[in-house]
Design a protein around this ligand. Structure first.
Ligand code: HEC
Ligand code: HEC
Length: 343
């Protein structure tokens, strides 16, 4: 065998080795960017620090239908823990069975979210929480009436006193908002197979899901918006959805915000169909087909990261296998429904 031939063989061999070593490095580097925070790293704001009694009170209020005019609708009616904190309807249904304008989003992992609602119009969980109570289409209860209703329930007097021990008359709208927000910050998605894989368990997810993770981060370009452990950049984009809802531009009047909506988390995504702000995409297959086409509406505000992807059928399947690994199997089951005070 000529020495030239041996060198060629050797260099092909080492090139392949080098290429796969580099691929491993890329995967390892990528995995690091998806590492989740621990439960004790949940951020709480300075003016509403974590307090167990406040969280317990917030949980009661979240599940209490008496926070509505009709006494039948609670926050949990729409943000139902059995459906990963949404209602699985294309659009929410509120007071007198009226259909709302948008799909009910999950409230998972919102401690890390700066702007609430699909269009980001609420600056904090505290600011957001009193909105649905007062909204005529949702719970339809004025804040004055809410406070007097709560005041008539003895069990709540004690719960508010414990949650706000330094206050003389703690039953007021500010403290309802603070308690609801404290409860919501604790709603964090559980450890999913994906997290186990990230921490080194190679058998935690299938080979197809591993390939899907690479498609997600390369050809699919999904990570340009669904980035980090919570799979969101906490920003707003027009992805080319064809409905008439103008989204974020109603809050921030700049052209690129026309039809822009919040990038949702992809945690527990296979439990949260139908998808998008208008609930118009029935399943994950239709979501992938939508992105594969580069969206539907073609207009100047569409984000530059939305373009035709030319994914193969196998790549589409791999992407879906990957997204299914983001579901934690235990989080909703281990959730106890609170006992509410009745007098
Ligand atoms: C009738 C159904 C319904 C009820 C009741 C309801 N919500 Fe919602 N919720 C929605 C819908 C729909 C949206 C999205 C609205 C939008 O973006 O314009 C939403 C949005 C939210 C968001 C923002 C999520 C995000 O990703 O930005 C939070 C937080 C939230 N609701 C908490 C609550 C709380 C707390 C209560 C009770 C006080 C409550 N909701 C009651 C349907 C409901
Ligand atoms: C330019 C930013 C951007 C890119 C790129 C992007 N997304 Fe999205 N994604 C969004 C936004 C914004 C929404 C919500 C849009 C809406 O409701 O109209 C969304 C919604 C979704 C939803 C539905 C979530 C829900 O709760 O309803 C899924 C699933 C999803 N994207 C997966 C993907 C996948 C997979 C890719 C890659 C093929 C991808 N996204 C690429 C920004 C992006």
């Amino acid at each position: 065998m000529s020495s030239k031939f041996i060198i060629i063989i050797l260099s092909i061999f080492s090139f392949n080795n080098l290429a796969s070593a580099m691929e491993d490095l890329t995967i390892e580097k990528l995995k690091k960017t998806y590492k989740r925070p621990t439960q004790n790293e949940i951020p709480y704001p300075k003016d509403n620090l974590y307090n167990k009694k406040r969280e317990d009170l917030g949980k009661m209020l979240f599940f209490d239908p008496r926070l509505s005019y009709s006494n039948v609708t609670s926050c949990a009616t729409c943000h139902n823990p059995s459906f990963s904190w949404q209602d699985s309807l294309p659009k929410g249904v509120g007071f007198n069975h009226q259909q709302l304008g948008r799909k009910t989003p999950t409230i998972l992992n919102l401690a890390w979210s700066e702007n609430l609602f699909w269009d980001g119009r609420a600056p904090s969980l505290e600011a957001q929480s009193l909105g649905p109570i007062q909204s005529a289409k949702e719970m339809n209860l004025s804040l004055d009436k809410m406070v007097s209703k709560i005041n008539r329930i003895d069990g709540y007097k004690d719960a508010f006193q414990k949650a706000f021990p330094n206050e003389k008359s703690p039953i007021n709208e500010t403290n309802v908002a603070k308690s609801l927000a404290t409860f919501e910050r604790g709603i964090v998605s559980g450890i999913a197979p994906f997290d186990k894989w990230i921490s080194g368990d190679e058998s935690a997810i299938s080979e197809s899901a591993k390939k899907g993770f690479m498609v997600f981060n390369s050809k699919g370009n999904c990570d340009s918006c669904h980035s980090g452990w919570n799979f969101t950049d906490n920003s707003f984009h027009d992805i080319g959805h064809p409905d008439s809802d103008k989204g974020r531009i109603n809050v921030i009047p700049i052209a690129s915000m026309e039809h822009a909506f919040k990038t949702p988390t992809l945690r527990n995504i296979d439990r949260r169909a139908p998808y998008m702000h208008d609930g118009s995409l029935e399943n994950l297959e239709s979501v992938i087909d939508f992105y594969n086409k580069g969206g539907i509406a073609k207009r100047p505000s569409v984000d530059r990261n939305i373009k035709e992807l030319k994914l193969t059928e196998q790549e589409k399947k791999d992407l879906i296998s990957f997204m299914k690994t983001l579901t934690s199997d235990d989080s909703h089951l281990s959730f106890d429904i609170p006992t509410l005070p009745t007098n």
